[in-house]
Design a protein around this ligand. Structure first.
Ligand code: CO
Length: 134
């Protein structure tokens, strides 16, 4: 069912610092920060030949990554995102297998303008897992 690894998201307290590490030490191509108020984050994309890394910095008072950064003050891997051809079919299959979809179960428009869902980390080997319709 799952296809390509779309991205690995890393939560950070300081986007500029994280971007500089990837740009300077790793020689990566890094985008300018994009605020996404609907998601409570500002995002920087690191474009790699085969996938992307997304740096997420909290935006606003109720950012969904604020708690994560309290527990991981140096930053850390927040979630992984896999592509699926049909997000509704994927959701229905996972629910039938007893997997928990976070929120109301309906896909939301994610960072790339495509429908996404998040799956409970306790059902997915301790890792918050995002599905994005390819
Ligand atoms: Co993501």
């Amino acid at each position: 069912m799952i296809g390509r690894l779309n991205h690995v998201a890393i939560a950070v307290k300081d986007l500029a610092k994280a971007s500089a590490v990837y740009k300077n030490a790793l020689g990566a191509e890094v985008t300018d920060p994009t605020p996404q108020p609907d998601h409570g984050v500002t995002v920087v994309f690191v474009n790699l030949p085969n996938t992307k890394i997304e740096f997420l910095e909290p935006l606003g008072a109720n950012s969904p990554i604020a708690k994560f950064l309290e527990k991981n003050p140096d930053g850390g891997i927040h979630h992984v995102c896999y592509e699926v051809d049909d997000i509704i079919a994927a959701r229905d299959r996972l629910k039938a297998e007893g997997m928990r979809v976070i929120g109301d179960g309906n896909p939301k428009i994610g960072a790339h303008g495509k429908p996404v869902l998040f799956l409970h980390p306790k059902d997915f080997v301790g890792t918050l897992t995002e599905l994005e319709q390819a």
